[in-house]
Design a protein around this ligand. Structure first.
Ligand code: ATP
Ligand code: MG
Length: 478
């Protein structure tokens, strides 16, 4: 369920007083029996969710809980997506059983999270997340394990009723529950209506909900992009004032969120919405800056990169975060490298420094793991090497483990200038040629024109000398 819970933190900090059923009863708000909230129950024959479309693992969890006497509901994005006729990517379950009770019921279960304690029930590579209903705010006078610092929830383990649980979710469309005991859907907050109107409303006062958890702003953008919904003006109005709160969010959580935005098949739309909502600068300041300089070629490079990524996801092909982040940050790296290069720095050093600089700044916002930043830096630093059409260098580049990614990146850069476009074609062609033909077609020394688009004709290189150049000065050349 919510956010980047660090499984490694696991249950080390679980307060012992939440461990037993008795404590659960004690901590449960009196409001459990409060009928203040209406209970619109949509019976099976009036909605479209069929068990056929629910994963076997999720059904098993729901039935087991229910047979043990607990309430068990499918909830959140899965219910929303099933009602929209889609295929949920994960299935979350909500119940009145405490995490420890869930653990007792399932052998294949582990408890995770500190901010939100959750049970993960594992079937092969499918994980069903089981969350205990969360309680309402302190006004109810409950004692419990909720900590709020500067309006932000830092820990939240107050158990509650299903109605309270609904109110604590982010959007109305995310707060519907599918009841395994009678196959009805419970809609306490008007989610069904929003689904019909293709709109996202936040539950409660938007500013308060964003202050509690600023990532909800990004979730609004991501969901709107994914579902092709609009964000209701009441939910987007606070963005300009509260957007800066995103800088207080853990960078690791923003990394998770950015993957969900850009690598889940709706990256282009997410990007456009982020920009439109003026939130891009809080996640990718360098990208926002470069685009603000009015670089239209960069915009088309990013959009093309995201479009290609979306297409790959749609075809079930693999996508790498490294390529995506290399695309997003390219403008700033390139401009810095040029600036430093023209200030008399060695070209390679200028590129390396520009890459390191941009990565360091970005990682303060979005914690891109090192294994990806290494690849990004390689993709960038290989770009100037595509211009070096010389036999040894060409073969060295072709053999580079990151050649494929760097070449794909070069193709994206075609929008930058016709010369880069031609260079891309040259390399596409060069890869098709047999080794000997290519070798024969390449000059031994660097061609002077940057934009030589064709391999030199074999006849032109016939005169090449077999002699080795004694003082080439290149280290480690074979
Ligand atoms: P997706 O299709 O991307 O999985 P989702 O809505 O299912 O979308 P999850 O991150 O899987 O997103 O979260 C599951 C549910 O948990 C949400 O539907 C929502 O009800 C609740 N939730 C998640 N994050 C938050 C949050 N930050 N604040 C409040 N509720 C949240
Ligand atoms: Mg989900």
């Amino acid at each position: 369920m919510p956010d980047g819970i660090d499984a490694r933190q696991a249950c080390s900090a679980i307060p012992p007083d939440l461990e037993t059923r008795k404590d659960f009863e004690r901590l449960n708000p009196i409001a459990r029996n409060d009928a203040k909230l209406a209970m619109p129950i949509i019976p099976r024959e009036q909605h479209t969710i069929s068990r056929k479309n629910i994963s076997k693992a999720a059904l098993r969890v729901l039935y087991r809980l229910n047979e043990a006497g607990y309430d068990a509901y499918l909830v959140g994005g899965a219910v929303r997506d099933l009602l929209l006729g889609g295929h949920p990517k994960d299935f979350d379950v909500a119940t009145n059983a405490t995490p420890d009770e869930v653990k007792r019921l399932f052998r294949n279960c582990r408890l995770i999270g500190r901010r939100f304690r959750l049970a993960h029930v594992v079937y092969g590579n499918e994980i069903i997340e089981v969350a205990t209903f969360r309680g309402a705010s302190e006004e109810v006078g409950v004692e419990g394990d909720r900590h709020i610092v500067d309006g932000r929830i830092v820990r939240d383990n107050v158990w509650g009723t299903i109605e309270e649980d609904a109110l604590r979710r982010d959007f109305r469309v995310n707060a519907m529950y599918y009841d395994i005991s009678d196959f009805s859907v419970r809609d306490y907050v008007g989610g069904m209506k929003d689904l019909d109107n293709c709109v996202l409303h936040l539950i409660g006062d938007p500013a308060t909900r964003y202050r509690e958890d600023p990532v909800r702003m990004l979730r609004a953008v991501r969901l709107a992009a994914k579902l092709d919904f609009r964000i209701h003006p009441s939910a987007s109005a606070p963005f300009s004032e509260l957007g800066p709160l995103l800088s207080g969010v853990a960078p690791a959580r923003l990394f998770d969120e950015s993957l969900k935005m850009f690598l889940a098949g709706h990256g282009l739309k997410s990007f456009r919405m982020l920009e439109e909502c003026k939130l891009l600068k809080f996640m990718f300041p360098a990208t926002a800056r470069a685009l603000k300089r009015g670089d239209e070629a960069l915009r088309s490079l990013i959009e093309q990169g995201l479009e290609n990524t979306d297409a790959r996801v749609a075809e079930g092909k693999s996508v790498t975060p490294a390529f995506l982040f290399a695309v997003l940050l390219w403008g700033e790296v390139r401009d810095l490298a040029h600036t430093w290069g023209t200030q008399g720095k060695d070209v390679n050093e200028a590129w390396a420094r520009a890459a390191a600089h941009v990565v360091a700044e970005q990682c303060q916002r979005v914690a891109i793991p090192r294994r990806f930043t290494i690849t990004m830096e390689e993709i960038w630093s290989l770009q100037p090497r595509f211009e070096q059409i010389q036999r040894k260098k060409v073969f060295r580049l072709l053999a580079h483990p990151r050649f494929r990614a760097a070449f794909d990146f070069l193709l994206l850069r075609a929008a930058e200038s016709p010369a880069i476009g031609e260079l891309g074609q040259w390399w596409a062609h060069a890869q098709q040629l047999p080794h000997e033909t290519l070798a024969a077609a390449l000059p031994l020394h660097q061609a002077n024109a940057t934009g030589e688009a064709e391999p030199a004709r074999p006849s032109a290189t016939r005169k090449r000398k077999r002699r080795r150049k004694p003082a080439a000065g290149k280290s480690g050349a074979g």
